[in-house]
Design a protein around this ligand. Structure first.
Ligand SMILES: Cc1cc2nc3c(=O)[nH]c(=O)nc-3n(C[C@H](O)[C@H](O)[C@H](O)COP(=O)(O)OP(=O)(O)OC[C@H]3O[C@@H](n4cnc5c(N)ncnc54)[C@H](O)[C@@H]3O)c2cc1C
Length: 387
């Protein structure tokens, strides 16, 4: 039957990815989390099965699917493995899509096929130690020398740093120009002068790798500049709009698992001679979780449908992320509560939902930044009838 808001093709993709995830990614997820194993095998699998670069024209190796179809894939992966979901999301929405939207034909031909096949993984590097929410304050430098640029600086908290094969790096040609000095470069892993810090020891999404990226006189040919000089910041914001829909989907995947696990437990755990699902205190929690999940899905799917409208719908993308990520954290805690003491024990895998959910309120723009985006547009000119 499928969801009525999806096309037949999207429902088919949704069923297929859920099946694939159940048969493969779900089986290694807990072990990869425990051992902090980078799930490259999952990315290779997703590439082989045609789930990478889905929105890209088939001519460049994609499948020409809708943005919503790709969003459904993030959701399905996240329901089993939020770490793989963020690697997938950064690879697709922040790196690959950047090359597809802004690359020259030469860059597309050179980079897109391997990114779509999963034989190369892409990363996105804008954050610095002193430029997080205010990414426009970045200080990594790019200096033009004839046919190449020299990049120097340090990037913080980069997903897949050290594992990815290519990096979309943002640096400024002149800090006094502010955002208008920021320019994007495609940097290959093996480039001389590029190195990585050790993996961060994180609370959650532990199978993903997060590290510093260090640029020490890295020489990048002019052909590897993405877009024009000074366009980098606007490009980053555009890509993050899509990224935020992806993080909403990641959060929804976590919410789905929180609800499914809670329902199963409420049906079988008995106290005072009845299953705990018999008690209204538990029922109301479950009802709220299901209602939020449905609302989060509708918001994220609508945002995905309107992705192509670009920055004019930025508040819509921010709302989808804000709502889903905050609900994911709340539902993960609710699931632990429904499981009682068992929920607190690693063995049951429910505590992991909370560890994995928390970061969705932080990366690709914190909840506070999402509120700022929404409120500033509301106060300016946002058309409430058009939401
Ligand atoms: C696991 C992980 C993976 C990541 N992956 C990547 C990646 O692949 N690439 C990349 O470039 N970056 C990545 N990041 C960085 C991430 O995007 C930043 O951490 C995030 O944008 C917040 O920046 P910050 O950590 O410097 O916090 P800060 O900006 O220092 O914020 C600290 C607190 O202050 C609040 N705050 C800041 N300014 C305001 C304001 N004006 N009004 C109200 N509140 C405010 C924030 O909301 C937050 O609560 C990753 C981060 C993590 C944790």
């Amino acid at each position: 039957m499928g969801l009525s808001v999806l096309t037949e093709e999207e429902n088919t993709i949704r069923d297929a990815i859920h099946q694939l995830v159940r048969d493969t990614i779900a089986k290694t997820s807990a072990e990869f989390d425990r051992t902090q194993t980078f799930p490259r095998v999952n990315m290779e699998l997703l590439g082989k099965q045609g789930y990478l670069g889905m929105i890209v024209d088939p001519k460049w190796g994609g499948s020409g699917a809708t943005y919503l179809a790709q969003t459904l894939v993030v959701e399905a992966i996240a329901a089993a493995d939020p770490a793989t979901a963020v690697i997938y999301e950064v690879h697709n929405s922040l790196h690959l899509e950047g090359i597809w939207r802004y690359g020259t034909d030469l860059q597309k031909a050179r980079y897109l096929p391997s990114l779509c096949q999963g034989t190369a993984i892409g990363a996105f590097a804008i954050t610095e130690a002193n430029a997080g929410s205010n990414a426009a304050a970045l200080t990594s430098r790019a200096e033009r020398h004839g046919d190449h640029y020299i990049l120097n600086g340090r990037k913080m908290f980069i997903t897949s740093a050290g594992e990815a094969d290519r990096y979309l790096v943002f640096a400024t040609l002149d800090p006094s120009l502010g955002e208008r000095g920021i320019t994007a470069f495609i940097v290959e892993k093996e480039t001389k002068g590029l190195s990585f810090g050790p993996p961060e020891d994180k609370m959650g999404i532990r199978a993903s790798r997060t590290s510093e990226l260090i640029l020490d006189s890295v020489e990048v040919p002019v052909e590897q500049r993405l877009g024009e000089e000074g366009q980098g910041y606007a490009m980053a914001l555009y890509l993050l709009d899509g990224g935020r829909i992806g993080i909403a989907a990641q959060s929804i995947g976590i919410m789905t698992t929180a609800l499914e696990r809670s329902l199963a437990y409420a049906r079988q755990r008995e106290q005072f001679g009845e299953t705990i699902g018999h008690y209204q205190g538990v029922q109301w929690r479950l009802a709220d979780m299901a209602t939020d999940l449905h609302a989060a899905r509708m918001m994220a799917y609508e945002a995905a449908r309107r992705r192509e409208e670009g920055p004019s719908q930025r508040p819509l993308f921010a709302m989808a992320k804000l709502f889903a990520s905050e609900k994911a954290v709340q539902h993960a805690a609710d699931a632990i509560q429904i499981f009682g003491g068992y929920g607190y024990m690693r063995e049951y895998g429910v505590e992991r939902l909370l560890r994995d959910a928390k970061v969705t309120e932080i990366y690709e723009g914190t909840s506070e930044m999402m509120r700022l985006v929404i409120a500033s547009r509301l106060l300016k000119n946002y058309d409430l009838d058009n939401i």
